[in-house]
Design a binder for this molecule. Structure first.
Ligand SMILES: [Zn+2]
Length: 286
């Protein structure tokens, strides 16, 4: 028995080096604990048992860790069961100070853990761990990750937009170079590795649903959040994926301080998102 444990330890130790030399070994070995601890930070109730089961199954991609504290950016996969199912990629906490976004991701994982969904889901609950730790919108190096994706003409447009339209607000600094941040590279790795049909990004506080995708396919109504076009920006996920790659992006903006984290609300929100993924992507080929 002891021998087996030693071999497991060696296997884990070796594989951590093959993933990334810079990730702290203790973090890799304690991924489950780290996952449970970090998911407990977000408001609302959750099942400890389900989170423990989920955290036992999470993993991470090569290079997926944060700039400053080298925290692992882990993800949870649930394979779909239906031929009509799509591949849905969910990012939450691009912005570290939007805590209820973490509650949405946590609840969605809990639910996926218990059901057999039609679509295949990958959830990255905490894209910006340093921002969560420091309660900042930006990452540990002061970059707004939702302005740092390498969209077309980023070099010209991103800084100009920040200077002229955003008044050089620190909160929206796009970085000095497109894709400069490890967290941004992690987003790109997931897009390549998971090959999504549909992307969801969870934010606060505008209280709307925004869809960068084919507008013809119709949008299911959701009583709690109206649909509103917020537009895309140089370096944003919507522009990178929908405008430039034709993969739809649903942005969920939870409402200011009146967070509704009721399970029925969160379930309905997930069902609407899942339904949109199936309808939208089908309508593309019709
Ligand atoms: Zn945000």
């Amino acid at each position: 028995m002891k021998k087996t444990l030693v071999w497991i330890f060696i296997a884990l130790f070796n594989s951590s080096f093959s993933f990334s030399e810079e990730i702290k070994i203790s973090q890799f070995l304690e991924l489950q604990n780290y996952c449970e601890k970090s998911l407990s930070l977000f408001p609302g109730e959750y099942s400890k048992e389900a989170i423990s089961g989920i955290c036992h199954q999470v993993s991470y991609l090569n290079g997926c860790y944060s700039e400053k504290d080298k925290n692992v950016i882990f993800h949870y996969d649930k394979i779909g069961t239906s031929v009509v199912g799509k591949r849905i990629l969910v990012f939450s906490l691009f912005h570290g100070d939007e805590f209820p976004a973490g509650s949405v991701a946590r609840y969605w994982m809990e639910r996926l853990y218990k059901i057999n969904p039609r679509s295949s889901w990958r959830i990255i609950p905490i894209l910006n761990p340093d921002g969560v730790n420091g309660k900042t919108r930006t990452n540990g190096r002061g970059v707004d990750l939702n302005r740092n994706l390498p969209t077309k003409n980023w070099e010209v447009l991103a800084l100009e937009h920040w200077e002229k339209k955003e008044g050089k607000k620190e909160r929206r600094f796009p970085g000095k170079v497109a894709g400069s941040e490890r967290e941004t590279q992690c987003v790109l790795n997931h897009i390549e590795n998971f090959n999504p049909d549909f992307i969801i990004s969870v934010h606060t506080p505008y209280g709307v649903l925004d869809f960068d995708g084919p507008q013809k396919s119709g949008k299911p109504s959701f009583d709690h959040l109206p649909w509103k076009r917020l537009g895309t920006y140089p370096g944003s996920l919507g522009r990178y994926m929908w405008n430039e790659r034709n993969i739809p992006v649903l942005t969920i903006e939870l409402k200011g301080n009146e967070f509704n984290l009721d399970p029925d609300y969160l379930s309905e929100l997930q069902d609407i998102a899942g339904l949109m993924a199936i309808r939208t992507v089908q309508s593309k080929s019709n």
